[in-house]
Design a protein around this ligand. Structure first.
Ligand code: NAD
Length: 483
């Protein structure tokens, strides 16, 4: 009998006012129900917002080191549960064991990191223009914030919003993605066990159009931090700024890796393949375009095709090279893009099909797919596919490579593979992306440096992670002290 998970509001685990629940199934075997979750409504969200507003001033007044202690205990509780959480993440999202274990560890590390930051709130002191006076600034919490998160990193992304929000004294309503809410439920469970006061964190599952919309519609919510698709994020940003809420949206990507002739081609295939097919291509920073110099194009194509063909696809719990898509909708969307690419005249070098026999029968499996002969005006070169599909584009020189890399509406992560120092530096200067990497894959982030996108990948208002991750959740008060 699958477990029924509940919402968390005012320090209590409660059922939705609707009385309804919905199932989450294992993407590798849809006969397995991982759990049932509350199908909440706007009324449930409003109740959670009221709880968060009530708890706000007391939590804001709690000394930073005390807030940090709760976060440190939470990290430790998550650590004790890391094997269980890894398995849950494989079951609900489809990740391989290695990917899931890495993500769970990231969530733990984020809580430890911001536990220390909680004691570290700085301000500035400036001389005044008047005598016997002093000027200083202090950082205060933003207030009550709504966090809306996607399914593709369902424990790390809630962690990298929750931890800085709580460290800096905010109260929170977390609305996780409906596809994979069990691991973020576990974070809330650990926060509860760690002694977080009632109402400081509230957790509501249900449809984005109901539960998420109630967050930006409510006047008592001071800020919305959203991660998800560009289409939903753009709508969220518009709606949230209507009553002047602070808003931060991190959204889609169409991330390129440029391969120059000085790169080792086999190593390039490993790097590009890792970025394109890791997490089944379901990373906002996934490499979906290899922009390859014509001198090494044929050799690279051969190598990346062999790389894709060497990947074993299977259920995440068996720790294969690549797991399934999270849902049937995501699988169908990838298959549709494969059709679009073929109809646009690109060549499928390998892959291109759903896997459906034997163990694949009840899962959302697709082959790693490589398209050659892609031109930059094709939809598969412009739109976020969010699946294991790589478009290989030939260019004749570095200037053209850079032009093609920048000629998309997105600007999240980008990389170049080269041994030429000038190319590397010009790439860093001229690439329109929030993350620029040299001789690395587009995926993979460190938690103590800022992360965010350019162009339609981000509202470009605030960065997440590192010290910068605190900026969204704090506001500055300037004090004029005449003594
Ligand atoms: P999504 O936009 O469909 O959903 C994201 C969240 O928004 C979910 O919790 C969803 O329930 C909620 N939502 C949906 N409709 C809503 C509405 N009308 N009002 C309020 N909330 C609503 O995205 P997804 O499919 O969960 O995630 C995949 C997308 O996320 C990809 O585009 C990916 O690139 C992006 N992503 C970006 C980053 C980043 O940091 N830039 C990180 C991970 C994922």
């Amino acid at each position: 009998m699958p477990r029924t998970y509940r919402n968390y509001c005012s320090g209590e685990w409660i059922e939705s006012k609707t009385g309804d629940t919905y199932p989450v199934t294992n993407p590798a075997d849809t006969d397995e129900v991982v759990g049932r979750f509350q199908l909440s409504s706007a009324a449930d969200t409003n109740r959670a917002i009221e709880a968060a507003v009530d708890a706000q001033s007391e939590w804001a007044g709690t000394p930073g080191p005390e807030r940090g202690t709760v976060l440190r205990r939470t990290a430790s509780l998550l650590e004790n549960r890391s094997d269980e959480l890894t398995e849950t993440l494989c079951r609900e999202e489809g990740k391989t064991r290695d990917e899931a274990a890495g993500e769970v560890q990231r969530a733990i590390d984020i809580f430890y990191y911001y536990a220390e930051k909680a004691r570290d709130f700085d301000g500035t002191v400036k001389p005044s223009s008047s005598t016997d006076s002093e000027l200083h600034t202090k950082r205060e919490p933003l207030g009550t914030v709504g966090l809306i998160t996607p399914w593709n990193y369902p424990i790390a992304i809630p962690a990298w919003k929750l931890a800085p929000a709580l460290a800096s004294g905010n109260t929170v309503i977390l609305k996780p993605a409906s596809e994979a809410p069990a691991v973020s439920h576990a974070i809330v469970d650990c926060l509860d066990e760690a002694g977080l006061p009632a109402g400081v964190v509230n957790f509501v599952t249900g449809p984005g159009s109901e539960v998420g919309a109630a967050l930006y519609d409510h006047e008592a919510v001071d800020g919305i931090s959203f991660t998800g698709s560009t289409s939903v994020g753009t709508m969220v940003a518009r709606a949230a700024t209507d009553d002047l809420k602070r808003v931060q949206c991190e959204m889609g990507g169409k991330n390129p890796t440029i391969v120059m002739p000085s790169a080792d081609v086999d190593e390039a295939a490993e790097i590009v393949g890792g970025g394109a097919f890791g997490t089944t291509g379901q990373s906002c920073t996934a490499c979906s375009r290899a922009i390859v110099h014509e001198d090494v194009y044929d050799e690279f194509l051969e190598s990346i095709t062999a790389h894709a063909e060497s990947i074993d696809v299977g259920p995440g719990l068996e720790n294969p090279g690549m797991g399934p898509h999270v849902s049937d909708d995501e699988l169908e969307s990838t298959l549709e893009y494969i059709d679009v690419g073929a109809n646009e005249g690109a060549t499928i070098e390998t892959g291109g099909s759903r896997l459906s026999d034997g163990q694949y029968d009840r899962g959302h499996f697709v082959e790693p797919t490589v398209f050659s002969g892609v031109t930059n005006d094709m939809r598969i070169a412009q739109e976020e596919i969010f699946g294991p599909v790589l478009s290989v584009i030939a260019v004749s020189d570095f200037a053209e490579a850079l032009e093609v890399a920048n000629d998309v509406e997105f600007g999240l992560s980008a990389s170049i593979l080269t041994q030429d120092l000038t190319e590397a530096n010009r790439f860093v200067d001229e690439i329109e992306a929030g993350v620029a990497k040299v001789n690395e894959k587009t995926t993979g982030l460190e938690l103590h440096v800022p992360f965010g996108g350019y162009k339609n990948s981000s509202t470009n208002t605030y960065r997440e992670q590192g010290d910068a991750g605190l900026d969204f959740f704090t506001t500055t008060k300037t004090v004029y002290m005449n003594y």
